[in-house]
Write a protein that binds this ligand. Structure first.
Ligand code: MN
Length: 232
């Protein structure tokens, strides 16, 4: 029986991602799936991108950060500091190809044992009819869910398989949110000094490694010093 390691928001934390792969001890034929937001805010977005672009057994869905790269590159929105920094890390030669690849990412992965989306879920709506902004986890999508449904949103989940999401560290600890063995929120804030969490299917076994530091604070400070972004 092959396993699937589902990984929370990596945000360019390549070292911790490698730590997690060591901890998970996957075998040949096992699969790695990220919940999106594999880039931005962390030190090594290019290496994380390369991993998911090159490995045949690895896949990611689209997070709100990948979507921001796509929309900013197309001129729909101005890039936020975290996209400016990631673009500089990736380099102008490779950036268009990276964005094109991000544009092709799916907004959900419907696995045999779980449904995986980055952001949220609207109850009473079939997967194919869910709004992009809800599944991908934009501010618009979050506001829409909060304005129209009781909180917390995960208590309204009515899909037929367990749901795995990232996007917010709901427990504000290094431990994932586990709601009624039905909804798993596995973003544990690695890029802010928390932990990187994975879930190994089909057993829903948690694996976790500590962050090596508050990468976003360090990278932001360094990028302000170098003049790449403006002070807030
Ligand atoms: Mn996110």
């Amino acid at each position: 029986m092959h396993k699937t390691l589902v990984v929370g928001d990596i945000h360019g934390c390549y070292a911790e991602f490698q730590d997690l792969l060591d901890r998970a001890a996957l075998g040949a034929g096992d699969r790695i799936v990220a919940v999106g937001d594999i880039v931005d805010r962390g030190p090594e977005s290019p290496r994380v991108l390369e991993f998911f672009r090159e490995r045949p057994n690895a896949a990611t869905i689209m997070g709100n950060h990948e979507r921001k790269h796509v929309r900013a590159f197309r001129g729909a929105i101005p890039p936020a500091p975290s996209q400016v920094i990631a673009r500089a890390q990736i380099g102008d030669i490779d950036y268009p190809g990276a964005v094109e690849w991000m544009a092709g990412l799916p907004r959900a992965l419907d696995l045999p044992d779980a449904l995986i989306v980055h952001g949220f879920w609207e109850p009473g709506v079939a997967l194919e009819d869910q709004r992009d902004v809800v599944l991908i986890g934009t501010m618009t999508g979050e506001t829409y869910i909060e304005d129209n449904y009781p909180r917390p949103w995960w208590a309204n989940y009515d899909g037929d398989k367990p749901l795995i999401v990232g996007h917010h560290n709901y427990t504000k600890t290094d431990a994932p949110l586990i709601y009624a063995d039905r909804v798993y929120g596995i973003d544990t804030g690695c890029v802010y000094g928390g932990a990187l969490t994975g879930l190994i299917l089909p057993d829903f076994r948690i694996v976790s490694v500590p962050s090596r530091g508050d990468h976003w604070a360090a990278l932001k400070a360094q990028s302000i010093r170098s003049g790449l972004i403006d002070p807030e």
